[in-house]
Design a protein around this ligand. Structure first.
Ligand code: GYE
Length: 354
């Protein structure tokens, strides 16, 4: 009898412990990255630890802010750094981050946003893979009373009431910066300057704007000719593949303008495989400023880097908190960034964070 009683009590204790452990696991979602159901089926990136200097989380009994974030994918070094920044900043700010990777597909982002609406998150933020086609789903978020923040990339909707703020770079200006450098290099050059352009993802804001800004500058002099312009989808593999084909079709290339570093790095492999010297036989300018590009620049293989800062996490979390608190926020926040020549890249390399 006694034995049975002890056995039952031990069973109860075990059950209680199990329940407590379960509740603790559920409650400790501080900065956790959960996959939004229907968000493309990609596994959520592993959680990064909050920096030790982080402010204490607001888990003092108050309800945590829930942020649904739909990321483009993991196509580039820039994107990896951006994801890490967002995850770390959310953890540091005590924000419950529900993170979804769209694997570069708009349909996955739309599904993720709908899932966030169903989950009744406090704020939705996303980096739209392409510019068009967001009105319907963003209207659904608006009708549900959930504020939306555009991060990194813009949308082309004329209805600006569909989002509260847009935080990101000025991609047109980045294109202009690349164009100005090319014009300066060839200011004393007579005859044509043959340029190859590797574009980013078709229909994406950075591909559209970096092309427009660059063309705006080089079109001032007809000697600048874009002899080939194709998308490499912002990836190293496609940069390599597309450049290989272009090198077969064109023998006299003076400049490569790549909309991001990863495509430039892929193209460098193709240029070397074709027996040419990147940075000398073909001048290379690219956008982003990831560490690998700084290494290539320090080896003389990339001549000019136009920086695009991916470390948007802390600014995004500040915005989220303000929006939840009902404070006014700027409709547009432009990231500050600079450019690097080879000499400047060599000096910067040891400090490069991403
Ligand atoms: O330049 C590219 C990434 O939207 C600014 O996306 C971003 C771009 C970045 O894949 O590397």
């Amino acid at each position: 009898m006694r034995k049975r009683f002890i056995g039952r009590r031990a069973g109860l204790v075990i059950l209680l412990c199990a329940m407590m452990a379960f509740m603790a696991a559920c409650g400790s979602s501080g900065g956790s990255q959960q996959q939004a159901s229907g968000g493309g089926g990609a596994p959520a990136p592993s959680q990064s630890a909050a920096p030790s200097s982080s402010t204490p989380s607001e888990s003092t009994g108050e309800k945590k802010i829930v942020l649904g974030f739909s990321q483009v994918g993991a196509e580039s070094g820039w994107r990896t750094a951006n994801t890490k920044s967002i995850q770390e900043a959310a953890a540091a700010a005590g924000i419950d981050l529900r993170f979804s990777d769209a694997q570069q597909k708009q349909e996955n982002q739309i599904k993720a946003i709908r899932s966030f609406i169903q989950q009744k998150v406090d704020v939705i933020a996303f980096s739209p893979v392409v510019e068009s086609g967001w009105d319907t789903v963003l209207k659904e978020a608006k009708d549900a009373g959930i504020p939306v923040i555009l991060t990194d990339r813009a949308i082309d909707s004329p209805d600006t009431s569909l989002y509260v703020s847009f935080l990101g770079s000025d991609f047109v200006e980045e294109g202009r910066r690349a164009g100005r450098w090319v014009v300066e290099q060839f200011k004393d050059h007579d005859g044509d300057v043959n340029i190859v352009e590797l574009q980013g993802t078709v229909g994406s804001a950075p591909a559209i704007d970096r092309k427009a800004g660059f063309e705006e500058i080089i079109s001032a002099d007809p000697k600048f000719k874009i002899i080939a312009s194709q998308s490499g989808d912002f990836t190293r593999a496609k940069g390599l593949e597309v450049m290989q084909a272009i090198l077969k079709a064109h023998k006299d290339i003076d400049v490569l303008y790549a909309h991001n570093d990863d495509m430039a790095l892929g193209a460098i492999q193709a240029i070397e495989a074709a027996g040419l010297k990147p940075g000398q036989d073909i001048l290379i300018v690219s956008v982003d400023g990831i560490r690998d590009a700084f290494v290539a620049a320090s080896e003389g293989k990339i001549n000019f880097i136009v920086e695009c800062n991916p470390l948007l996490g802390p600014q995004l979390m500040d915005l989220v908190k303000k929006v939840v608190a009902g404070e006014p926020v700027p409709k547009r926040i432009v990231t500050e960034e600079r450019t690097f020549t080879i000499e400047e890249a060599i000096a910067e390399l040891p400090n490069r964070q991403y």
